[in-house]
Design a protein around this ligand. Structure first.
Ligand code: SAH
Length: 259
């Protein structure tokens, strides 16, 4: 997987790659990362990249020209110049981070982790001139229903969540039962010591009985999801995600008033 990030502050992304597990994945040749400073493509000598919005309103917008030139430098075609020439899959996917985008989820992370290259466009100020979205961007993605001041933070979220799903970046066993896999949150976990103040590690986890541990963990996942994210249970039911064992436990817990 190659991540190419276009930003006015690429140092933010560079630092994250230098300090996280991603740096190791880059050194092992599993990921490639490059950043592009949009300011390098500003046409004037003051390197201006923002201007006031037409029609008035607060704040500044990122200007189309520097961003368009930065994308063109990567060989990304302007689809308005060449209608029909750009077919899906014929070029890397261009994603603009934006609060107006489709919500980012674990499912979406899995789908994006299968791409060979992602081009991530980070906004600043009040966002991006619409013509960049029209001409170059395949998809807008939001990391949640709130407004950040910068797309870099959102791009880092997307990179972090997708890169750990790229083959061999982390061990596959870590991914199997974690939150959202199979439509459930993760079970509670404990490490040493056995007793922490008044709190003891649940007996079953000390028993060494693998089948009992498996059943306890599944039950805890369901209990926790019913209590904290009943919306995930409803979605899982609608999508037919749950096996018979899971469905029976959900029914039991509902009958006992858990959700
Ligand atoms: N005026 C815009 C907000 C701009 S925020 C609006 O009301 O929609 C500045 C930049 O931060 C955006 O261009 C985008 O790149 C990034 N950003 C802010 N919130 C985000 C979110 N929830 N998800 C992804 N990117 C976000």
């Amino acid at each position: 997987m190659t991540y190419t990030v276009l930003s006015l502050f690429p140092e933010l992304i560079d630092a994250f790659f230098a300090l996280s597990i991603l740096g190791k994945a880059v050194n092992r040749g599993l990921l490639t990362y490059r950043s592009v400073n949009i300011r390098d493509f500003a046409p004037d000598k003051h390197k201006t990249c923002d201007d006031a919005p037409y029609g008035g309103g607060a704040g500044m917008l990122m200007m189309a020209e520097p961003v368009g030139r930065a994308l063109a430098s990567l060989g990304i075609p302007n689809r308005l110049d060449m209608p029909g020439a750009v077919t899906p899959g014929s070029k890397p996917r261009v994603i603009c981070l934006s609060p107006s985008g489709r919500p980012f989820t674990q499912e979406k992370a899995k789908a994006l982790a299968r791409e060979t290259e992602l081009i991530l466009l980070c906004g600043r100020y009040e966002g991006m001139d619409q013509r960049i979205l029209d001409a170059y961007v395949d998809e807008e993605i939001s990391i949640g229903d709130y407004v950040l001041s910068s797309g870099e933070v959102a791009a880092l979220v997307l990179i972090d969540a997708t890169s750990r799903l790229v083959e061999r970046v982390i061990t596959p066993a870590s991914l199997e039962e974690e939150s959202f896999s199979g439509g459930l949150l993760e079970y509670p976990q404990y490490t040493r010591p056995e007793r922490y103040g008044m709190l003891k590690v649940p007996e079953v986890l000390l028993s060494g009985h693998h089948e009992n541990i498996r059943r306890w963990r599944l039950r805890k996942r369901i209990e926790k999801t019913l209590a904290l994210r009943p919306d995930l249970i409803r979605q899982g039911e609608e999508a037919g995600l749950f096996d018979r064992e899971t469905r029976i436990i959900i029914a039991e817990l509902r009958n006992s008033g858990a959700g």
